[in-house]
Structures are given as structure tokens and as C-alpha cells.
Write a protein that binds this ligand. Structure first.
Ligand code: GH3
Ligand code: MG
Ligand code: MG
Ligand code: MG
Length: 312
């Protein structure tokens, strides 16, 4: 960006950016105590470009769900440790996985048993042996619908960024990984300065334009591995894996300086805006709630220190 760039050309590109995720291959978690059965299912799905991961121990399913983030789950019905239906119920009890489709794949051909299984948390029942085309088509259709539903659930409609709830979930996942892998993680909170004046002096639609353009600006300036959320009205949050606070501050200070240079054409004068930013880094056993509290405190210092600045 050059400083004087017209913000409207940025906005036209938001649509394109928010739909990128749709082109990633589907991810399917297979839970089956028989390695041979699972391998067969994997081969069929992999041949259609679907990414798979297999568990032969259902007990590991919850950890694997958090780690692998599947679009869909294929469950065996009968396993020694825990039945498919029991596992489906456990998965369904977790808010985060309510929208992930669960398909049973089993040799069970008793219709009553199939229907019972479906009433306990499953979305579909496929009977083995199944034609590869049938399996692939079912997985694709279900995964596709689930993915577009989820995309709508986790995103903010004005900016296409992640919404508040999902941003906190991403933060919690990233915090878990960072502490496990002993890698740094930073969390940044951003709040536009004197935004009420923008609305008061230029109108609410202009306010919305500024919010959208900052959203796009953050997307373009930050790394692909960073997760950007709209935390509130004119507040944003960024989860930055593998980034210590010093680096995060450097990156965001650059974004801050550049954003301040944008001119929005308006009457009687062009408008420009600034933001303040607070950053916290994961240390030891700090949980994500305390992490966001610390970022909020740093943001408060940035505001009190005169705004248009980044504080750690
Ligand atoms: P400060 O520098 O202290 O942050 O001052 P501020 O005026 O930005 O104060 P604050 O952050 O408390 O106010 C945010 C204002 O943003 C309040 C509300 O009118 C406005 N706002 C919140 N959501 C939206 C939105 O979606 N669109 C528009 N246009 N305005 C919004
Ligand atoms: Mg079995
Ligand atoms: Mg605010
Ligand atoms: Mg504000």
C-alpha cells in the first residue's frame, strides 16, 4: 500500500479473501479398531483427494479432533473399547463439534440397529461393503455443507474475519499448542481511536468502511498463520503463533504506522484513522483468559499513553 491509496479498492477484494478456505481439501477422521478396514477407507478417500487420519483407539478421539480439525468423522459401529454410538454422543456433547457430520460405516445391516445408531448422534449410516463412488460422494456432500455452515458460524459478516467466540477458541487451541511445543505465542488486541467521532462526523456507513478496510489491511499485512478476529464493534484481535511479544510489537507497529497513512475520501475533509494496540505473550501456565486480560491491560496503557501506539 501507498499511504494515499483510496480505501475503496481494498474493499472490493474482501469477498475474494474470505473464500480461500473453501478450496482446501476435505479432512476426514476415521475411527475403526480394524487397521485393515481403515486402510481401505483411507485409500478410497485419498484417491479422491480427501485427506484422512485414522484412529484405532477411540479413546484418543477428542485429542485428535482438536489437533486434526476434521470436516467429517467416519465411525466404526463395533469396537472393543467403546462403541461408535457412545463416541458419537461424547463428540456431540462438545459445543465445538456439534456441526461436524458423523457417518457410521459398518457391516451392520439390521435396519433397526442402524436407525438407533443414527438417533444417537450420527448423521448417516453406510453399510459395508460400499462402492467407492458412493462413499466419496457422501463424504464430499456432507463435508461441503458442513464447511460452508461452519464458515458462516465462525465469521463476522461485515468483515469476513473470525467472530469473537471463534477467536477465543482459536486462541485457546494456539495456547495449548504453544505450551506443548514450547513455542512463543502472542495475542494482540486492537481498538480504533476516537471511533465515535468517525460515526458522528462522517456517518455510520463511513464508520463501517473504516472497519472493513482495517480488516482487509490486517489480512494483507499479517502472516497466513496469524488468526485475525473482529473482537467487538471496532475492536480486533490477532492470534500470532511462533511469535514473541517483541516481534509482534514490531510487526503491529508497522501496520499501525501504515494504517494511519490511509486517506478515506470524504467531505468536507478526507478522513484518516489510527488505532491503539495491546500485546501479551504466553508464559508458563498462563491460560487464554489471563492472556487476553493482559492484552487488554496493554491496550488500556496504549490508550492512556496517547493512542496511536502499540504497548506490550
Ligand atoms: P477510544 O479511542 O477510547 O477507543 O474512543 P472510541 O470513540 O473509539 O471509543 P469506543 O472504543 O468506546 O467506541 C466505539 C464506538 O464504535 C462505539 C460505537 O458507536 C462504534 N461502533 C461499534 N460497532 C460499530 C460498527 O459496527 N459500525 C460502526 N460504524 N460503528 C460502530
Ligand atoms: Mg470394529
Ligand atoms: Mg472500543
Ligand atoms: Mg475505540
Amino acid at each position: 500500500f501507498t499511504g494515499s491509496m483510496d480505501a475503496s479498492s481494498l474493499l472490493e477484494r474482501i469477498e475474494v479473501l474470505t473464500h480461500v478456505a473453501q478450496y482446501e481439501p476435505y479432512r476426514v477422521l476415521i475411527v475403526d479398531d480394524s487397521r485393515a478396514q481403515a486402510t481401505h477407507t483411507e485409500r478410497v478417500l485419498n484417491s479422491a483427494g480427501i485427506v484422512t487420519r485414522t484412529l484405532t483407539e477411540p479413546i484418543q478421539a477428542m485429542d485428535e479432533l482438536a489437533e486434526f480439525q476434521p470436516d467429517l468423522i467416519i465411525l466404526d459401529m463395533y469396537m472393543p473399547a467403546c462403541n461408535g454410538t457412545e463416541l458419537a454422543q461424547v463428540i456431540r456433547h462438545n459445543d465445538r463439534y456439534v456441526s461436524v457430520p458423523i457417518i457410521y460405516l459398518s457391516a451392520e445391516d439390521d435396519l433397526d440397529k442402524q436407525l438407533d445408531a443414527m438417533s444417537e448422534g450420527g448423521d448417516d449410516f453406510l453399510t459395508k461393503p460400499i462402492k467407492p463412488r458412493h462413499l466419496i460422494a457422501t463424504v464430499r456432500n456432507r463435508a461441503d455443507r458442513a464447511r460452508s455452515l461452519k464458515a458462516r458460524m465462525v465469521r463476522d459478516s461485515l468483515t469476513g474475519l473470525f467472530n469473537h467466540t471463534h477467536t477465543l477458541q482459536l486462541l485457546e487451541d494456539a495456547r495449548f499448542r504453544a505450551q506443548r511445543d514450547e513455542q512463543p505465542l502472542s495475542f494482540a488486541m486492537i481498538d480504533i481511536d476516537f471511533f465515535k467521532k468517525v460515526n458522528d462526523n462522517y456517518g455510520h456507513p463511513m464508520g463501517d468502511r473504516v472497519i472493513k478496510s482495517l480488516a482487509l489491511f490486517l489480512k494483507q499485512r499479517l502472516r497466513k498463520s496469524d488468526s485475525i478476529g473482529r473482537y467487538g464493534g471496532e475492536e480486533f484481535a490477532v492470534v500470532m503463533p511462533n511469535t514473541d511479544a517483541r516481534t509482534a510489537a514490531k510487526v503491529l507497529d508497522e501496520v499501525r504506522a501504515r494504517f494511519a497513512e490511509i486517506h478515506y475520501p470524504a467531505h468536507p475533509h478526507d478522513l484518516s484513522c489510527t488505532f491503539s494496540c495491546g500485546i501479551a505473550e504466553v508464559v508458563d501456565d498462563l491460560d487464554s483468559k489471563h492472556l487476553s486480560q493482559r492484552a487488554d491491560e496493554a491496550l488500556y496503557r496504549a490508550k492512556n499513553g496517547g493512542r496511536n501506539r502499540v504497548e506490550v
